[in-house]
Design a protein around this ligand. Structure first.
Ligand SMILES: Nc1ncnc2c1ncn2[C@@H]1O[C@H](COP(=O)(O)OP(=O)(O)OP(=O)(O)O)[C@@H](O)[C@H]1O
Length: 357
């Protein structure tokens, strides 16, 4: 990033008694960015968001918004807004009253509030007649849109989202993921989003931060995190993956206990005398039995076949454990369960992780 971030964290530590939940976080989020924090349960995502919105205090470190230090600013005085999984709408009020709530607090005139509420209904693609509808009469997806409209009515500098879609069913979640991305583009606001779901993060975000044990393991654009993870943890967290131990001899020749390596193959990140893990995503493995030349090959037996909608996943049992292969339905493997197969892949479709097996 060229310009300094809109939101900056410097050395942020959060301790609960003897337990350190955040271990010195440095982070810059750019204005207008869709920034997503992903991580397993207990990694510190909610703790981080709570500090950012002012629901909890930092133990050490600083949080800056533009040129103002905000870590000591009470939540209600921060120009940020939070959208929760639980929505926190007022169920006995109408859609219009909910959306207008922040403007009412600001003591804006009724006509102005109404006009803005209608604009926000349009923006969230809710019919204007919903203005008088009670929240209790709205569906889950509609409530989610009302909550977003209300959050935007605060006109915050940054919107924080704490797993807002996790309680919804799969189809609705998929629809709202796209709507949120679209909303982000149309409003130009800065979105900071936390989720367990990698897919959600991949669909929507400009950048993704992978959190582990109170620290960021990697921060990058989705593609890079998927194809060039910095560690085994990130590789495995970012979906199905095959990892093979590998080492380069003093002469640079690559050796592997599990793979046959074509002589002359080189990996730019693997220096002579070093070892690590070779990563290949399941979609890059091919059947090598019918010919073709591959940098790496291995043999196994087809153990299982699983339909994943448009794709099919295969488990291939090898001497050194299970290998996962994924194909589009129309590229189904011509091998039945129990059949012996040779798989191949090329160095160009791999990524080397300099981490011991
Ligand atoms: N008030 C608290 N007192 C003591 N420990 C806490 C407190 N809040 C959080 N923790 C601990 O801090 C760690 C991080 O919790 P946090 O809720 O931030 O994780 P998370 O990544 O949001 O998890 P999840 O995805 O399950 O919500 C956990 O080990 C949790 O037990």
């Amino acid at each position: 990033m060229d310009s300094p971030g809109l939101l900056r964290l410097r050395g942020v530590v959060k301790r609960f008694g003897n337990f350190t939940a955040l271990k010195g976080i440095d982070l810059d989020i750019a204005e207008g960015e869709f920034f997503t924090i992903v991580g397993p349960s207990g990694s510190g995502k909610s703790t981080m968001i709570r500090l950012l919105v002012g629901m909890d205090e930092v133990t050490e470190g600083e949080i800056w918004l533009r040129d103002k230090r905000i870590d000591q600013t009470p939540a209600n005085l921060r120009p940020t807004c939070m959208v929760f999984q639980s929505l926190a709408l007022f169920p006995h009020m109408t859609v219009g009253q909910n959306i207008e709530f922040p403007m009412k607090i600001r003591k804006e005139a009724p006509a102005k509030r109404r006009a803005r509420a209608e604009e926000l209904l349009d923006l969230l693609r809710l019919p204007r007649r919903y203005y008088d509808k009670r929240i209790s009469q709205c569906s889950g997806g509609e409530r989610q849109r009302v909550a977003l409209a209300r959050a935007l009515a605060f006109d915050p500098e940054i919107l924080f989202f704490d797993e807002p879609l996790s309680a919804l069913d799969y189809r609705l979640r998929k629809t709202l993921e796209k709507e949120l991305k679209d909303l982000h583009t149309r409003t130009g606001k800065t979105f900071v989003y936390i989720t367990h779901s990698l897919e959600e993060a991949m669909v929507m975000s400009d950048r993704i931060a992978i959190m582990k044990d109170g620290q960021f393991e990697q921060i990058a654009v989705a593609d890079q995190i998927y194809s060039a993870p910095v560690s085994r943890f990130v590789a495995e967290f970012m979906g199905e993956v095959n990892l093979f131990p590998l080492r380069a001899g003093a002469d640079g020749r690559i050796e592997s206990p599990t793979l046959s390596v074509r002589p002359g193959v080189a990996l730019s990140d693997l220096a002579p005398g070093h070892d690590g893990l070779l990563m290949v995503r399941p979609e890059y493995l091919r059947l090598a039995d019918s010919g073709g030349s591959f940098d790496f090959t291995l043999s196994g037996v087809v153990h299982g076949e699983y339909a994943l909608g448009s794709r099919i996943q295969y488990e291939i049992k090898t001497e050194n454990g299970m290998v996962t292969v994924e194909k589009l339905r129309e590229e189904r493997l011509s091998a039945a369960e129990g059949q012996k197969v040779t798989l191949g892949f090329n160095a160009a479709n791999t990524h080397f992780i300099g981490e011991a097996a």
